[in-house]
Design a protein around this ligand. Structure first.
Ligand code: S3P
Length: 166
């Protein structure tokens, strides 16, 4: 990693591997890793419960605070897939290096069923994932400095490519 104090921010849809790739890359680079979902859970409890009790808008406000904390860490920051919906976050990302991780729908099915993803509960999870990704794709692409597709190959290849890019 260079001596710049800006963060390397991983954006992209649920199941693209932002957390697992980010953790490994941070370890390889010897920099802190920050995950906005983990920070929200740490401070406020399970994401599923936050959505159920208070709604998505409430979650987005908590997530925005986590994004600010993460960006200040100066390491590798994994953003929840919808964090870029916040206009101030999009503006903040202009000061950081932004990596888009993408994944094909056929691959995502095995990756996304857990309680951190209330938007994808139910039988039509992959249809919903695809609709959400297509809606957000222009935003992701506009923000990204570089894009890696994580659909095939060993995860370590993506980690190595990311570390080399940083
Ligand atoms: C969301 C993505 C999730 C989590 C929440 C909402 C989204 O994070 O923040 O379930 O709107 O795309 P991951 O992208 O880490 O799965």
């Amino acid at each position: 990693m260079t001596s710049r104090s800006d963060a390397v921010v991983l954006i992209g849809p649920m199941g693209a591997g932002k957390t697992s790739i980010g953790k490994k890359a941070a370890r390889a680079l010897g920099v802190p890793f920050f995950d906005t979902d983990a920070a929200v859970v740490r401070d406020h409890g399970p994401i599923e419960e936050l959505f159920a009790a208070h709604g998505e808008a409430h979650f987005r406000a908590l997530e925005r605070a986590a994004v600010q904390e993460g960006l200040a860490s100066g390491g590798i920051v994994s953003l929840g897939g919808g964090a870029v919906l916040h206009a101030e976050t999009r503006a903040d990302l202009g000061h950081h290096r932004v990596v888009l991780l993408t994944v094909a729908p056929r691959v995502v099915a095995g990756r996304v069923r857990d309680s951190n993803r209330p938007l994808l509960q139910g039988d039509d999870a992959i249809e919903r994932w695809t609709a959400i990704f297509e809606e957000r794709r222009p935003v992701y692409e506009e923000l990204a400095d570089v894009t890696f597709d994580t659909s095939s190959g060993p995860i370590q290849d993506i980690v190595d490519a990311l570390v080399a890019w940083v």
